[in-house]
Design a protein around this ligand. Structure first.
Ligand SMILES: Cc1cc2nc3c(=O)[nH]c(=O)nc-3n(C[C@H](O)[C@H](O)[C@H](O)COP(=O)(O)O)c2cc1C
Length: 339
């Protein structure tokens, strides 16, 4: 633990000059000052997972956390959901994999990662002592893949939870295919629940007719929480080349453009299930996050906004606290599901 803390500290020290540069002061949200005397209570529990604050970073948008240790105090984040991990290594899709769109971006990265063995051997030792919840996002092409990958992660003492990705729109096999039918979604959760005994979060796809049905199906199979939404399937075309902007033509849309869809789905799902809901989709500010809590989310994730400001999740957590304080709330629980 000491060694990892030291290395994180030394990286941070070395680059502190950059942190203080004027460029960093110009990010979207100003640094908010903490006033411990009046701060509200913002710790929440997702089953056995205790979050010191309700802000997590979304999978695929914050690497393994380590990459940002020089830019933000990782211990100030409620939890870090690391890159999608699969049983076997995956190359991901060809480039181009990203395209900017109005109010958001499209990606078709396709779950590029070095596989669970590599994760356990090389990444886990580096992240296990980061003083926050390190959560692994698990994906697969078959039920067996999901279950085996989850079983391997179950053995890692310092990983308190997994997020099951049954909603990736950018892979040919598995991924979203499981998440768009109640039967498919239930079968993955059933297979994983049998081998995974810690907190199991299931990440839902918005690319469905009735997200509440899917949420209920995974709840019935033993999911401890649902997170939503993953990206919305989209497409952008280069009109001069007459070609799609992404290598596989379509991709997942994220960022502020999807927020109203995400808020609507969180609101619907929070009323349909008893397990806690984790909301995400387009959150850029503390006020965005408050919308999700009012809609029924017990915690939130920040994704695309990390590409603009890697310290945004901490600023949002501070901002939530200040908002609660200035509106006279003592605890975040007073606003969860209030709409
Ligand atoms: C570049 C990129 C990579 C992503 N990779 C993953 C992934 O590996 N697993 C996953 O469940 N979601 C992945 N997502 C989806 C995000 O975690 C999140 O659900 C989505 O971007 C919506 O949130 P946002 O609008 O705040 O970004 C990825 C998103 C982006 C933009």
């Amino acid at each position: 633990m000491a060694r990892n803390k030291r290395s994180v500290r030394s990286i941070r020290k070395k680059r502190s000059a950059r942190q203080n540069s004027s460029a960093r002061q110009n990010f979207l949200i100003p640094n908010l000052k903490k006033n411990p005397k009046t701060m509200s209570q913002i710790a929440v529990n997702i089953k056995n997972l205790k979050l010191k604050n309700p802000v997590l970073t979304a999978s695929g948008t914050f690497g393994y956390g380590l990459e940002y240790a020089d830019l933000v105090n990782l211990a100030d984040i409620g939890g870090i959901i690391v890159k999608g991990t699969t049983l076997k290594p995956r190359e991901g899709n060809d480039y181009p994999r990203m395209a900017e769109t109005t109010g958001g971006m499209l990606n078709c990265v396709g779950l590029q990662n070095k596989g669970v063995d590599y994760f356990c051997k090389n990444i886990y030792p580096q992240i296990k002592d980061i003083d926050t919840n390190m959560i692994v996002n698990v994906s697969g092409s078959t039920l067996e893949d999901y279950a085996e990958c989850a079983a391997r992660i179950n053995e890692l003492e310092k990983i308190p939870a997994i997020e099951l990705n049954i909603s990736c729109p950018n892979v040919k096999q598995g991924g979203m295919a499981f998440g768009v039918t109640t039967k498919g979604a239930a079968s993955v959760v059933d297979a994983v629940r049998k081998v995974y005994d810690k907190t199991l979060i299931v990440k839902l796809s918005p690319n469905v007719t009735d997200i509440c049905e899917i949420a209920r199906a995974v709840e019935d199979m033993g999911a401890d929480s649902v997170s939503l939404i993953n990206t919305l399937m989209g497409m952008a075309i280069d009109i001069e080349k007459r070609k799609p902007k992404l290598s596989i033509s379509t991709g997942g849309l994220s960022g502020p453009a999807i927020k109203p869809v995400a808020v609507r789905m969180v609101w619907q799902v929070a009323k349909a299930v008893k397990i806690p809901v984790i909301g995400l989709g387009g959150i850029m500010t503390a006020e965005d996050a408050i919308e999700f809590f009012l809609a029924g989310a017990s915690a939130i994730q920040v994704g695309t906004a990390n590409f603009i400001d890697p310290a945004i999740s901490v600023k949002i957590a501070d901002g939530i606290n200040q908002w609660l304080d200035s509106h006279g709330y003592k605890s975040i629980n007073e606003i969860i599901g209030a709409v």
